[in-house]
Design a protein around this ligand. Structure first.
Ligand SMILES: Cc1cc2nc3c(=O)[nH]c(=O)nc-3n(C[C@H](O)[C@H](O)[C@H](O)COP(=O)(O)OP(=O)(O)OC[C@H]3O[C@@H](n4cnc5c(N)ncnc54)[C@H](O)[C@@H]3O)c2cc1C
Length: 409
């Protein structure tokens, strides 16, 4: 029986594994390898930081969830994909190294959050990208007595060569990998300090390594600028953070922003395991270039989904789910199950929530790719959308089968 290894355990890999198993049933062995037995619903980690959710509410035990759907699970840290010899090399929790062969591999191990590229991160840096970051920030916010808060993203080290086999307009150059969480967190902080009665004690500055939210239309960016104006939030463009100090942050040109609390979406680089893999599997940034079916341009039996794939710009859960679904549909056909393959079409779809003020901004935008859809709507119902999306993910244990319908609400 063909053996499919699925690497990773969040939006991209879980969608690929669940969808493939649903489609092919007993026609293939599907095994997920993830470095953690648990996975967390990442888009609600900012909610943990402001104290409206507990991190355990967002936790899924993959060693139970996957086998209950007929998918094997192995905890292990992938160190290398040997694409020439069809092998994945990984380290088990007991420290032993395994070289496991595959017929097909679906790579969904995401990007690398390069905190090491920011001097001072260990001492003064805060974030929301992983559960431990979110709880650390929650504790810091609880004791924060007021002052300057700087929030923004680090630079995105995007790969450019070789290019994926997709239309050129699908892969714009991006200064930041993903600024949605920055936008969301900046709204949340306003609600958080409003509730605490501390708004007059806090000055929030949002910074961006390029033009802030450049993946949205000029109209939506203007709307965001107006929202920030009304909330008293300052916006600074073209600030590529290099160092975090106790009371300021410094960019590559030596510019500074006063900051007593710095919240950063770290710089994004390619995953070290991919940089360590067969060299022509990845581009010069460490991401895997594919065609529109998520098949590697060099290795026919390697698929890449989600943030690991060079075509997902920006690095977005919505695109991770879409690429996971397409890859599994394509592979199902090769495994003898005729299946309609969805068309990859990039669109920015996300919801920036502000629970304390009871509204969220729902964004849908494809203008960066040459389309004409541009929606950015603040509404109470959008807050409910985010709540439902969180519940849906937890209820299905990360199986986003209905996501393509829900995302079009
Ligand atoms: C705070 C935050 C909020 C966000 N909110 C939204 C949102 O509201 N909507 C949206 O569309 N997008 C959102 N995003 C973006 C979205 O979370 C990512 O695009 C998405 O998680 C990418 O999914 P992925 O599965 O490709 O990669 P990842 O989420 O990075 O998952 C990679 C998986 O692989 C595992 N892994 C990594 N390295 C190895 C290794 N060497 N060996 C084995 N396993 C490994 C990881 O543990 C993880 O399980 C948000 C991002 C952040 C940081």
């Amino acid at each position: 029986m063909p053996k499919v290894l699925v690497l990773g355990g969040r939006f991209g890999a879980l969608t690929a594994a669940y969808t493939l198993k649903r489609l092919v049933g007993s026609k293939a062995d599907v095994k997920v390898i993830n470095n953690n037995r648990f996975t967390y619903f990442r888009p609600a980690l900012p909610h943990v930081a402001i104290g409206v959710r507990d991190v355990d509410e967002l936790k899924i035990d993959l060693s139970e969830a996957l086998p209950s759907k007929g998918i094997q699970f192995q905890q292990g840290t992938v160190t290398k994909i040997d694409a020439k010899n069809n092998q994945v090399v990984y380290t088990k929790p007991d420290g032993s190294t395994v070289e496991e062969e595959y017929d097909y591999v679906m790579v969904g191990i995401g990007a690398h959050l390069a905190t090491e590229l920011m001097k001072g991160w260990d001492q003064y840096g805060y974030s929301v990208c992983e559960p431990e970051f979110a709880t650390k920030l929650r504790d810091k916010l609880t004791e924060f007595k007021g002052g300057n808060i700087a929030i923004g993203s680090g630079p995105f080290y995007q790969g450019h060569n070789p290019k994926p086999k997709v239309p050129e307009n699908f892969i714009p150059n991006a200064d930041s990998a993903c600024e949605g969480p920055v936008f969301e967190m900046s709204l949340m902080l306003h609600g958080y300090f409003l509730k605490k009665g501390m708004l007059d004690k806090v000055k929030v500055t949002v910074f961006s390594p390029g033009e802030y939210l450049s993946d949205l239309s000029p109209m939506s960016r203007k709307a965001v600028g107006q929202i920030y104006g009304s909330l008293g939030i300052k916006l600074i463009h073209n600030f590529r953070i290099k160092e975090i100090k106790e009371h300021e942050i410094v960019d590559e040109k030596g510019n500074t922003i006063p900051s007593d609390l710095t919240i950063v979406l770290p710089p994004y680089t390619g995953n070290p395991a991919l940089k360590n893999s067969t060299p022509d599997l990845v581009d010069d940034g460490g991401f895997i270039p594919t065609d529109l079916n998520m098949v590697s341009i060099k290795y026919d039996n390697v698929y890449a989904v989600g943030d690991s794939n060079s075509i997902t710009i920006p690095k977005l859960g919505y695109l991770a789910v879409m690429t996971g679904r397409i890859a599994s549909q394509h592979l199902a056909n090769r495994l003898g199950v005729p299946t309609k393959i969805d068309k990859y079409y990039p669109t920015i779809v996300c919801v920036a929530d502000n629970p304390y003020e009871g509204f969220a901004v729902s964004v849908k935008d494809d203008t960066w790719y040459g389309g004409s859809v541009s929606v950015a709507e603040p509404a109470a119902v959008n807050h409910l959308k985010k709540e439902l999306f969180t519940k849906y993910f937890m209820w299905t244990k990360g199986d986003m089968a209905l996501e393509k319908f829900l995302a079009s609400w």
